[in-house]
Every structure is written in C-alpha cells, then in structure tokens.
Design a protein around this ligand. Sequence first.
Ligand code: CA
Length: 651
Amino acid sequence: MKNYRNLSVMAAAMTMLAASGQSVTSPDGRLAVTVGVADGVPVYEVTYDGAAMLEKSPLGFVSNEGDFSRGMQLTNSKTGSVSKNYTQDKIKKSAVSYKANTLTTTFANAEGGKMSVEWQVADNDIAFRYLIPAQGKNGDTRSMIVEKETTGFRFPESTTVFMTPQSDPMIGWKRTKPSYEEYYITDAPLGTPSQYGQGFTFPALMKVGDNGWVLLTETGVDGYYCASHLSDATNGVYTIAYPMAGENNGNGTPSPGIALPGKTPWRTVTVGKTLGPVVETTAPWNVVEPLYTTAEPARPGKGTWSWLLWQDGSINAADQRTFIDLAEAMGYQNVLIDNWWDNNIGREGMKDLIGYARSKGVNVILWYSSSGHWNDIEQSPVNHMDRPIVRKKEMAWLRDIGVKAIKVDFFGGDKQETMRLYEDILSDAADYGLDVIFHGCTLPRGWERMYPNYVGSEAVLASENLVFGQEFCDMEAFHATLHPFIRNAAAIMEYGGSVLNKHFSRNNTDGTVRRTGDGFQLATAVLFQNPVQNFALAPNNLTDAPADAIAFMKEVPTTWDDVKYLDGYPGRYAVIARRHGDTWYIAGVNALNEPLKLTLDLSALGLGGNTATMWADRKGKELKAEQIKIKNPAAVKIVIEPAGGAVIKAE
Ligand code: CA
C-alpha cells in the first residue's frame, strides 16, 4: 500500500527544489541534476527525460573541522563545460570523446566553513565530488579528517537492485576479506538488507521501474583517500560508507585524512533507458588522468595459468615448463606462476625457468602475497610487497631476471592505508618495468587510466570458485550474465576463465563438474574484459577440446576498440559486441532453463560483409565453427542453449 500523503509531500518538495535549486543538464538535454538545500541539508535530484531517477538525496560530510551535512546554505554556483579526447587500450573503448556540462555548488555552514560539490553531467553519466578549501578564520587549517559522509542515493519506490554485499572484515580464507568476492542479489526490492549488515560494494546496479537503469560506482580513489561502499538503506537512502574499523586486523583508520585544499574521489551515476549506457559507459575513466608515465606501455596479452586446474601441486619446474609449452602452442604471451614458487622452485630455479620461457617467447608473471600484518597468509612469497625497502630490492631482482609482470594477492580492505599500498606497489613496479595484477582485492576505481602499468583486478567471485565448489559451477551461467552489466561495466575484471576441461581437476575426471558449454566458455573470453587474460586452459585441451574451440582461443583478442550492448537482463542472459580493429565479436550467454531465441539488431555495428563465423553450443554436438550469412543485419536470429553460449565474428 503506497502512502499517497507522503508521496504528495515529496512531490511538492521536489518541485520546490527544482524551482529554488541550481540545475545542470547533459549536452543532449536529457539528463538533469538539480542541487539545492532542504531544511539546511544540501540535496540533489536526478531526472532522465523528465522521469525521476534519484529523488531528493542528501549531500555533505562530517569532519573534525566541522559539520558540513546540516545547517548549510547554498552560497554560490558556477556553470561551465568540459570536453576531452583520450586513448586507452586497456578498457572497453580505445578512443573516448568526453563532453559534459559542469556545475560547482558552494555551501557554507553556520560557522562559516565552506565546501563545494563539483558536478560533471555528460549524456548518460554524472560524476560528482567534494572540493574542500582550507578551513579556519584565516584559512590556516590545512588538514582534515573526514569522519563520515552523508552523501546518499534515494531511488524511486519502484526500483529493484542488483548488488553484492560488503563482507565482514577478517573473515574467510586466512582472514583476508573483504575482497569483493560475494554473491549478488538481483532484482531485489529497494532496501533489501545486506547479507552481513555491512552494506554493499560498488558498483551497484538499479532498475528504476520502467524508467531505466542506474549504475553507481566510484573513481579517482588513490592514496589520498579510502575506498567507500554503500550502507544498507535507511529510510530508502543508500549512503556512502567508509571502511569498517576491523579491516586490516583493526590497523589503520576508517576515516580518510586529507590535506586542504583537498577533494574526495568522484562518485559516478550512469543513467540510461536501456542497459546500453551501462555496458558502454566510460564514466570511471573520463574524470581521471594518468598519475605518472612509464618507460614502456603496459603489455596486454593472453596467458596460461596452471594453478586454476592443477592447483598448488603444479608449482614445480616440470609442470611450469608444461604450461610454458602450452602458452607457446597457443601463441600466448604469458605464463602465470602462482603461489609457493619461491619455496617449490626456488630463486635459482626460477632463473632457469624464466630463461626457458623466454626461449619460447613467453613472459613469466609471478605471484606475490601483499602481506603484511593484516592477514594470516602463509602462501609465499610473503612480506615482499608491504614495505618499500624490501619491495624495491625484490623488484630489482625481478627486473634483472627478466620478469615483466606480477600478480599481488590478498589485500586487507579499503582503508586509506591500503589504497596507499596499492599505489605504492604500482608506482614502484613502474620504476622496475613491471605490470601489476591484483587478486583478493578491492574494485579498481579509475586505475586503468591513473596507473599506466596496472593491468587487472579480480574483485569478483572468479574462476577459482569453480574448483572450490559445485554450487558455484551450477551458478556459473547466472554469474556470467551479471558481470557485463555490473562488475565489468565499471572496471576491468581479471577472471581467469575460459575452461575447456569438463572437470575442474588435473586428470579431468575428478573434481567439480562444468555445467556450461564450450561455446559459453568462448563467449566469456569476449564478455569478460581485461587486457591481460590468464585463461584456465589445460595441456590436455590441445587434444581433448574441440579443435575449433582451441583455434578460437588462439585468436581471440584481449584489447578492444569499442563495445555495444545488444540484449540481455542481468541474471538471465547477456549479449554484447566488442570490436577489435574492423572485426566485431558478438558474444552471448544464457542462464535460463530454456533455449533462448533472439533476433539481434546488429545494424549499429556497420558490418561490411554478409558472411560471418559463429561458434555456438548445439545440444549433444561438438562445438564447430560455422559459416553463416547475415542477410539483414537488423534482424539476425540466434539460439543460445541453456548454460550455453555463442560468439559471432563478423567484419
Ligand atoms: Ca580470489
């Protein structure tokens, strides 16, 4: 039962805000933000084509230099515009043209303390952050602890949410959480409580009734701030929440300390009638800049990874040679050697192994633990990445033996001190010519652009869970239909997938059972976007997997020039197209129990020819590359089997 009295009061309040507040609209005029003050609280609202996407939502924060969340007055505002073009080969688009209208709204509290909110409104993306000037009578207060934010997101009542919870701190494997490896709730009513009572992590996707979709995330987080998440909803409002006190075994503070004048990270709100703007958004990268340069560009590429299927027992010289040989056979650039290499192969042994890899044209990516005093990880090497003296010595050794990239695992959470650790590792690695992948980690927030040698993060329930439990195998298709619209829409995602074994084990007989088709596995190589892909292929796949699947895994790119949403619904199915050069890869997966019959409109892809190649799961048949004719690009019929997938390659 709706409360009509409250609704009419709210509608009246919104009208007042629209009348008295400051507005900024997107260049195409469809997306609008209005900012004002209601009962002393700074507030904003968002409409798209006139429909409310965010109702009157609070702004502000509480600091050790005053309360900027109430008793506020809007004292000034300024409009403008920004436009820029940039190139970025690690994300979903290689060349981005960004245009936004801007608004800066300045507020003052009763004590005369000031803060501004800076807004950028592009056609489908809003970015906003706080600008905080020096405080005090003479501007002599030059530092501040931001104790909490009251920044909130109030969605219309008809909204349903697609979100993943923040975990409790210091739980899970070796007390390493939170690590953004939790299940999702999908199409859940607004205000559904989080699993742990700790709220939800970014990104979060909302379906605003029939009016469209909203993706919330955060970007521009570096060592000057903590990473934040969303609280559980209170009175219908999700509020920006800071890290939990217990993260990092209680070390470090949840509240960020900033120098003044200072600024917070950007929070972004992507809005669309369809899921297109969500899949295609570049909001996390539009408002950040590279923080340093490197001597050489990052090295995108494909690799083999023994650990996923063969686990810890494969970290020995003989098995690693087998996976180096597999990388060579596949034409891959990399081999990822996971935990215990220093113990099981030894540092002298590694020199030989790296020499062997280099003789095959294969680069070695080496695993490290981030730890540290913040968890119980014993998987070695430990304590080589947590302090600059040890870290730089280690990185010099890596450079000298010819290692080009590292994977650093098991971080402690989202506190500012952990953001500094990420940044310090990236910055030092850049000095030694190393690219960096993070696992057991936070969501990257604009890092693809900010840190030139950053090439991937896990921050998802990734492929390892297929080995750990059958339940995850049973849910594999369901999860794959979420990531293009949520996790991977906001950041690159190092999933370690594309498994062609039937069983998740070394002998391909024991262990958990794969429920998805080979075509599904090929499709995820396109759906899951990360510039460095460490695929979970096994040496036996060269002979026991369909030859056409292996041929596809040899050729599939890991860098992309463009992306288009074609169809889908998170939790049910997903079909997107990615372009590499002149070639489009159209990939779809189906999590429904019935075959999915779709008519795809490919007219936006500008296909030149009328023949294409398709790899699609067919019930009871081995995967084969099929030549198909595309007579009418506006109506291409495909069928995707349950837990199956399809890829169409067309020019
Ligand atoms: Ca993990």
